[in-house]
Design a protein around this ligand. Structure first.
Ligand code: NAP
Length: 212
């Protein structure tokens, strides 16, 4: 058994989720931030990859500015070799944090629960089963592109929400889905459009994933 898995991200019109080199950029506007914080408040866990922690250092909390009496879901980081910096904001103790790592990781004392799943790179199916066994029934995957693509390739995604901000970044900045990508048509990931609506200065797209 696994939790329900929702991907949420903000991208430019050309599909980029950060500046060239991976520097964070604000793509969402106030309307979208409100939607994201309401979505965060509705799930049991918010998950990101270790590169997002290193590059963006997010708190992954629900802001009171957007949600009255926030629940602050569990924060989950995929970090195969426990590279997380000690002063990462997700380790601030303001919400429970789980770091999912592998058998290869050296022992470290961190302000988080540490779970091991797989060797080399975190085994996502094992990770989702372990989260389920801890009572986590829904996970919001917030990025980055490498983690998003892995979840899609492993056929673990139930829904995708993408806010498309009215900007173009261009060049080789990180995209919504990184990883190896498809080199043939049969490797494509097919989506079903559930909703498309104007939101603030951009567009919100919501998809289901069609797995055969
Ligand atoms: N606009 C948005 O909505 C948004 C949201 C979040 C992030 N971002 C941007 O995304 C960029 C970071 O994305 P990224 O693609 O470089 O990194 P990422 O997806 O945040 O993290 C990828 C890393 O996670 C670890 N990982 C562990 N298990 C994994 C698995 N099964 N599958 C995939 N990864 C696994 C790997 O490192 P180890 O092998 O060391 O474990 C991998 O290199 C930043 O520029 C950030 O600003 C944008």
């Amino acid at each position: 058994m696994r939790p329900r898995i929702i991907i949420n991200a903000a991208m430019s019109v050309d599909g980029k989720i950060a500046l060239r080199g991976g520097k964070r950029i604000k793509i969402s506007d106030e309307e979208d931030f409100r939607r994201v914080h309401e979505l965060r408040n509705s799930v049991d866990a918010i998950l990101v990859g270790i590169n997002t922690v290193i590059l963006d250092n997010p708190k992954l909390l629900v802001k009171e500015r957007y949600v009255k009496s926030p629940r602050n879901p569990v924060r989950v980081v995929l970090d195969s070799h426990l590279r997380i910096p000690e002063d990462a904001r997700v380790l601030d103790g303001n919400a429970p944090t789980i770091i999912i790592t592998t058998e290869d990781a050296r022992e470290r004392k961190l302000n988080a629960e540490i779970i091991k799943c797989g060797k080399g790179r975190v085994d996502l199916k094992c990770a989702m089963e372990k989260l389920y066994s801890l009572g986590i029934r829904s996970v919001l995957v917030e990025g980055g592109g490498t983690v998003i693509y892995s979840f899609l390739k492993e056929k673990l995604v139930d829904e995708i929400s993408v806010f498309v901000g009215s900007i173009i970044i261009g060049g080789d900045a990180p995209t919504l889905a990184e990883g190896l990508g498809a080199s043939s048509e049969d490797e494509l990931i097919h989506l079903k459009l559930l909703e498309a609506r104007a939101l603030g200065s951009g567009v919100l797209l919501r998809y289901g994933v069609v797995y055969d």
